[in-house]
Design a protein around this ligand. Structure first.
Ligand code: ZN
Length: 282
């Protein structure tokens, strides 16, 4: 019997006693024994293995109502990378929530950053394992790219992503079908400051500020330090204009349909348009 059952039984015994006026027949000692779970001996840990750190609980506040306030979803692709830590500090200082579309092989390399993202309440999405062009890949490749990334994220934070951003925005009917089966909505974007091509913080800042509207999804890349440096000014300016920063799922009221595309740009980027090329990825 586990501790919870013991507690329940104990509580039931006390309740029954109270209802039938029989409390006096229970000695206080018996009641206490029933209510307190027996201490379990600590499991033996093999020597040399560090004690696993308890996972911090993500910050959770009720999301804003995006039909009433000016919501904006900042999204960061291709990480985690060395520059992600600084971005997380910037977002934390401003209580800003964002969405990270993660490349599976980077998740494996830098799992601690993924844990930080999750613990801070950011949303995590699947951006394939090797930054592959999923729109033109075989079914077998698509399944492998998406499943391995989902598994890596699940191993890092214990949560399975429900969002997919196809690298290069390259999608297909096949990808829609597979992402539906895997329970992931496809998230594209409505603002692209081309930060992968313009490694210039001021340029990125201007492009974002010029293009945003309430309900938009902004595409950026936390693998570029120039982008990370643009974020404080973007956030501070937009916050002063009344914008509220939400995750992608919050932006859509938590009602995204697996397989469906959200935040369409109206054009499909070609491989090489995205930052993957500069990462030496396809
Ligand atoms: Zn990408």
């Amino acid at each position: 019997m586990d501790g919870l059952n013991l507690v329940r039984r104990g509580a039931a015994a006390v309740l029954a006693g109270a209802v039938f006026g029989g409390l006096s027949t229970l000695t206080p000692g018996a009641g206490q024994v029933a209510l307190v779970a027996a201490p379990r001996p600590a499991p033996e840990r093999p020597k040399g293995k560090p004690k696993p750190k308890p996972r911090p609980k993500p910050e959770r506040k009720p999301p804003p109502d995006c039909s009433r306030v000016k919501c904006l979803a900042l999204t960061f692709d291709d990480g985690p990378a060395a520059s992600t830590g600084e971005l997380l500090d910037i977002l934390a200082a401003r209580h800003v929530k964002a969405t990270f579309f993660l490349v599976g092989e980077n998740v494996v390399q830098l799992a601690e950053l993924v844990r930080r993202e999750h613990a801070a309440g950011h949303e995590l999405g699947d951006h394939s394992y090797t930054h592959a062009d999923l729109g033109s890949a075989s079914k077998k490749t698509v399944l492998s790219e998406l499943t391995r990334t989902q598994d890596a994220i699940r191993r890092a934070v214990g949560v399975t992503p429900v969002l997919l951003r196809p690298p290069y925005g390259s999608t297909s009917k096949q990808l829609a079908k597979i992402s539906r089966t895997m329970g992931m909505a496809q998230v594209l974007w409505t603002v692209d400051p081309l930060d992968w091509a313009h490694r210039d913080s001021e340029y990125v800042e201007k492009r974002v500020l010029k293009s945003v509207k309430p309900g938009y999804v902004v595409l950026m890349h936390d693998i570029h330090p120039t982008t990370v440096k643009a974020v404080p000014r973007i956030v501070d300016r937009l916050a002063s204009e009344g914008y509220v920063f939400v995750t992608v799922s919050e932006l859509y009221g938590g009602r995204l349909v697996p397989g469906r595309e959200y935040g369409q740009t109206g054009r499909t980027m070609r491989p090489g348009d995205d930052s993957g090329a500069t990462q030496g990825l396809p």
